[in-house]
Design a protein around this ligand. Structure first.
Ligand code: ATP
Ligand code: MG
Length: 558
């Protein structure tokens, strides 16, 4: 990607112009999640975009919880979101902020609008309101309560605040234009009565502001200059501007705060929406929000993705206004690229069969000096124990090999990676015909791979049966049945792939892997990239996750 001329995306261009024209002094962006679930890969795009812009323009990045709707919000989600944003490397300015800290200011802003004759208390039921709203092709009708006096509105709003009304009995609406072609401008609700306990303000309030009213005020209070959101809010922008202008936060539509929309990140055949991930969790189809088959940030982290790989992915995807979807293999490409020169290349046997070297001394342990990563010599060397009894992959021996099979079969000689040449002299089967032992002889002259007098076509990996460690290894596939697509057309449920998780209970790894650190990643030669499962791994009983296999059909677009 070097030597590429990087052209600025449309958001960078807007901000650059605002800075140049003096529309803002210091660029302030924010990430405003609602704490009603765990973050996913789509949020990573929004986080890194907002953080990256603040960095690029030497501005400020705020982390603010949009906790204005107490129904689905929980402290568990607040904590997980903070952890994920930190992990991605997006450093926020000062303390974490909460929209709920501005409830008093929002309430006062509503009173200001009432005083200006720009808001009124409405008694219409939800159903009536729908009838009055009109449609995309027909204008709406004014509410019969629209012309209440300022005094009456002030008194009623006060009563709403003081708990005199039941949920849904009255709402406060902005007085804009029932004939607007934009339905969002047809006297939208800005406050509702909700007798609910909030996770931070408890029972202090029984009225809560609506998103379209609260969000611009939150931005304005914090001095956010560029309020970046996703495309579905494009039609809400006039309301955003109406709120900040009526309240005197901005004088000119071109000023700040300014809402800018970009396209959401979607991955083909991958469940991204919070709502759908939540359903998989609640239905017990996956083992929690951090199940490695999901694309929540917590799941990607547990699966072994690195923040660098996610940053690279988000960069490759880019920022546009045109909605599209990218392929999951692109994400896999990014983690492979990231780990290629960082991960040690170790030997691990996932489907073991025993190999016995008949002419190797009983009880002897030889330590083979092995490069951790031939392409990255700075990763150093390690010593791998070699013994008479080893494990090799079951697929690396065949009693009756097909053509072009260069691995072990009776009479054939192969190289044991980083060790000796061995020749198959015998094998044993059980009653079902399953191979139980492969017997070989080794040639001591061939040690270490620099032997040139004769050549062998196959090289296979191995682990000492006596010195290696036993581990559980988990292999993953997409949780979605790709042939059927994500959603079942009949009932909207998710088409689940029954083979998305394979648990291999009896794998053998080089002994060094028993000491793997929680965030360490490895290549298991020929088998892919792996990491320790941070949840289920125990001292003496390690569990490894496959992050990604080694091969890919993904090609970086030119
Ligand atoms: P979901 O649609 O998954 O439920 P959300 O939009 O409800 O997510 P919020 O917590 O409201 O989640 O979003 C926080 C921020 O993340 C918002 O600015 C939102 O626009 C952005 N965001 C959410 N999903 C995506 C996505 N797929 N791609 C890019 N940005 C996203
Ligand atoms: Mg949402």
């Amino acid at each position: 990607m070097e030597n590429e001329t990087v052209s600025k995306n449309f958001i960078e261009q807007i901000i650059e112009k605002d800075v140049k024209e003096g529309n803002c002094e210091k660029v302030i962006t924010r990430f405003p999640p609602e704490p009603n679930g765990y973050l996913h890969i789509g949020h990573a795009k929004s986080i890194l975009l907002n953080y990256g812009l603040a960095e690029e323009f030497h501005g400020q990045f705020n982390m603010r919880f949009d906790d204005t709707n107490p129904t689905k919000e929980k402290v568990e989600f607040v904590d997980s979101i903070k952890k994920d944003v930190e992990w991605l490397g997006a450093k926020w300015h000062g303390d974490v902020l909460f929209a709920s800290d501005y409830f008093q200011q929002m309430y006062e802003a509503a009173v200001t609008l009432i005083r200006k004759g720009k808001a009124f208390v409405c008694d219409l039921s939800a159903e009536q309101m729908r009838e009055y709203r009109g449609t995309l092709t027909e204008p709406g009708k004014d509410s019969p309560y629209r012309n209440r006096s300022v005094e009456e509105n002030l008194a009623l709003f006060e009563d709403m605040k003081n708990g005199k009304f039941a949920d849904g009995e009255k709402v406060l609406r902005a007085k804009i234009d029932m004939a607007s072609p934009n339905i969002n401008m047809r006297d939208p609700i800005i406050y509702r009565v909700a007798h609910m306990t909030h996770h931070r303000t408890a029972d202090q309030w029984c009225i809560y502001p609506m998103y379209d009213f609260a969000h611009p005020i939150e931005d304005a209070i914090e001095g956010v200059t560029h309020s970046i959101c996703t495309l579905e809010f494009e039609d809400h922008r006039p309301l955003y501007d109406w709120v900040v202008m009526e309240l005197g936060y901005k004088k000119d539509v071109n000023g700040t705060p300014k809402q800018i929309e970009f396209a959401k990140l979607y991955l083909n055949n991958v469940v991204t929406g919070k709502r759908y991930i939540k359903k998989l969790v609640e239905d017990g189809i996956v083992d929690g929000w951090d199940d490695p088959r999901l694309v929540s940030i917590a799941a990607l982290r547990r699966r072994g993705f690195t923040p660098e790989s996610i940053r690279k992915f988000v960069e490759l995807v880019g920022v546009t206004k045109a909605q599209g979807a990218v392929e999951y293999p692109m994400l896999e490409y990014c983690i492979r690229e990231d780990l290629k020169l960082k991960a040690k290349r170790m030997m691990a046997v996932l489907d073991p069969v025993k190999l016995i070297i008949d002419n190797y001394p009983e009880g002897q342990v030889e330590y083979m000096e092995v490069s951790n990563n031939q392409e990255a010599p700075e990763l150093g060397m390690r010593k791998v124990p070699f013994t008479k009894e080893l494990y090799i992959e079951r697929e690396d021996f065949m009693e009756e090999p097909p053509k072009k099979y260069f691995r072990l079969f009776p009479g054939n000689e192969v190289r044991l990676m980083n060790a000796y040449f061995v020749k198959c002299v015998d094998f044993k089967k059980d009653a079902d015909g399953k191979i139980t032992e492969v017997h070989c002889t080794y040639d001591p002259a061939t040690r270490g791979g620099n032997f040139t007098e004769r050549k062998v076509k196959g090289t296979i990996h191995w682990v000492s049966a006596t010195e290696g460690v036993k581990a559980e290894v988990r292999l993953y596939e997409n949780i979605v049945d790709e042939e059927k697509g994500v959603y079942n057309e009949e009932d909207g449920s998710i088409n689940v792939n029954p083979n998305s998780l394979t648990i291999l209970k009896e794998c053998y790894l080089e002994p060094e892997l028993a000491k793997a650190a929680e965030d360490e990643k490895f290549q298991f030669v020929r088998n892919g990239y792996f990491c320790v499962d941070c949840k289920d791994s125990k001292e003496g009983a390690p569990v490894f996750n496959r992050i990604v296999s080694l091969k890919s059909s993904f090609k970086l677009p030119n």
